[in-house]
Design a protein around this ligand. Structure first.
Ligand SMILES: Nc1ncnc2c1ncn2[C@@H]1O[C@H](COP(=O)(O)OP(=O)(O)OP(=O)(O)O)[C@@H](O)[C@H]1O
Ligand SMILES: [Mg+2]
Length: 375
């Protein structure tokens, strides 16, 4: 899959611009606070459906303007598609594919496929479990509409179950029956989510391990331990949906009295985490800044690889400020892994890319105050 072009209007500090991309490396470079990340944010809207900065829609509209528009054209093996997002200061965004309005985010996500690396992703290794769950969810949702559907349903059911637990006294006799219906449905969604996450993580670990071994001359090896409310992988396989469902049913039943006191659901997919182990030790506790970056990057390269395995096409790589903090060996490795892929990359230091842009399919774009100059 290739991003052919993109147009921006009143998006953040970009008043109006139209880009045509190379099928190789595209480098946006310039000083801090000029608009480099804004370009990636605009493009990623079409992969993730929303801002990767967790921005509100109206924050993406240029100050003092009422609405913004971002559009892309991307080529798959079959055809070229156009997608557009209109974002308003005071109304809900509108989404279009090939001129047809799309009403559900689930129909928008999964068309244009991209892998994003954003400096916040360094937190994948050390920060809260929610960042690690968001990594898997973002990656798998682009590939599997049924996973995205289970995830969205899970979120709604969890909200309902928590509301019920918080106000259980006001439900009287209907509490037990409502709780059992919600728990049943929650168990069914959680079982699917766990099975997909377990399977995805096991393939991810294989690829990340081989990337990291290549990057470090086999000095570093990685493994993942997937922890859920119904057991840990690799000790439990966690891929059998009906087995998972039975276990979730039990786990929802066991905690009810405590849950009534606390007013929240204590087990389920929203509690999942996976521990990253570097040479058998917790990466969270022991790895250096550069090792964190290398692991996060290897996970992103692996995400792209799995996307290619499952959808038949390589996604577009959107890499924001990836190379800082890496030593020259690791830098060289990352750049070599990006060969043959379409990459849109930002940096303050253009010299990092001298090797990567020696091929003919490369573009360099200088960014200053939301304006762009192709070199
Ligand atoms: N809604 C908006 N309207 C106008 N300008 C905005 C808006 N939101 C953000 N900006 C401006 O965009 C600029 C930041 O852009 P961006 O994050 O793309 O910078 P960058 O080039 O990636 O910088 P760095 O190298 O520091 O990461 C800031 O100057 C900010 O004030
Ligand atoms: Mg930036």
């Amino acid at each position: 899959m290739y991003l052919e072009n993109a147009v921006f209007e009143n998006f953040r500090n970009i008043e109006k611009v139209s880009f045509t991309f190379s099928r190789g490396v595209n480098i946006f470079y310039g000083n801090n606070a000029q608009g480099k990340t804004n370009v990636l944010e605009g493009i990623y809207l079409f992969a993730g459906g929303k801002s990767f900065r967790h921005a509100r829609e109206r924050d993406m509209v240029c100050f003092e303007k009422e609405n913004a528009r971002v559009g892309i054209a991307y080529a798959t093996e079959e055809r070229t598609n156009k997608m557009e997002m209109r974002i308003f200061r005071d109304a809900k965004k509108q989404m279009y594919k090939n001129g047809v309005k799309i009403l559900r985010a689930a129909d928008f996500i999964g068309n244009f496929k991209a892998v994003l690396f954003f400096p916040d992703h360094l937190g994948i290794v050390k920060n809260e479990p929610s960042g690690r769950r968001a990594f898997i969810d973002g990656a798998v949702s682009q590939l599997s509409p049924s996973y995205l559907a289970a995830l969205l349903e899970y979120g709604k059911l969890l909200e309902q179950r928590n509301a019920l637990l918080k106000n259980y006294q006001s439900y009287g006799a209907s509490f037990d029956i409502t709780l059992s219906v919600l728990s049943e449905r929650l168990a069914s969604c959680a079982a699917k989510i766990t099975s997909v996450r377990a399977e995805y993580l096991s393939r991810l670990a294989e690829i990340v391990d081989s990337c990291l071994a290549d990057m470090t001359g086999s000095a570093e090896h990685i493994s993942f331990e997937y922890n859920t409310s119904i057991g840990k992988n690799p000790e439990c396989a966690l891929t059998d949906v009906s087995e998972n469902e039975e276990k979730y049913r039990k786990s929802f039943a066991v905690n009810v009295e405590k849950e009534k006191i606390l007013g929240v659901t204590l087990s389920g997919s929203h509690k999942d985490d996976f521990e990253i182990k570097l040479n058998g030790k917790s990466a969270k506790l022991f790895c250096s800044q550069g090792q964190q970056r290398s692991i996060a990057l290897a996970m992103k390269l692996a995400e792209g690889e799995i996307s290619r395995e499952r959808s038949g096409e390589l996604p577009v790589f959107l890499f924001d400020d990836v190379l800082s903090e890496l030593d020259s060996e690791r830098k060289k490795y990352i750049l070599s892994r990006l060969a043959g892929r379409q990459v849109i990359i930002t940096s303050c230091a253009e010299s990092d890319f001298d090797k990567a842009i020696s091929g003919s399919e490369a573009k360099k774009i200088y960014v200053e105050h939301g304006t762009f100059r192709e070199e």
